[in-house]
Design a protein around this ligand. Sequence first.
Ligand SMILES: [Zn+2]
Length: 178
Amino acid sequence: MAMAVGLIAVPAWSATSGVVDAHSAQDPARSVTITDIDSCPVLGEKDFIDSWGDPRSSGRRHEGVDMVAERGTPVVAATDGDAEFKRSNLGGNAIWLTSDRGARFYYAHLDAWAGDSRRVRAGEIIGYVGQTGNARGDHLHFESRAGDAAVNPYPLVAPVCLPTATPTGPGTLRSLLR
Ligand SMILES: [Zn+2]
């Protein structure tokens, strides 16, 4: 598999195996491995559920996690990497973050960017929650990608974004995902 050096391989994640490192996850359907996230992409209060694969307009499927927060809530880099700020009809004010470990993260619907495209550190403020583009209600749409394949970001963000999440060993992630 021609993945960048530093990607963490974990056991296939299935209903029966039940064990996965709390900071990495693998989508068994696509056999894609993706790295961990160092900072929750939304600072401050937010609410989110696992909505991976939910139907969306024009027959699309949801390929990310929607983190609901008040407009203007700071959005930060999930990892060290290169942030590219881009505008599109669908994503509105959006950001592509390419992590130093090779994964890519997509942020959409920002009310505003913080600064311009640049090298960023995990936790650095890069924008603010809004509803630009094809969005209803203020939220951050957040995707994780390994190569061209989207991977469910929920198991990645849950451990770093949920205040009750204190991953201590095997099984923790599954209990978070109940
Ligand atoms: Zn979304």
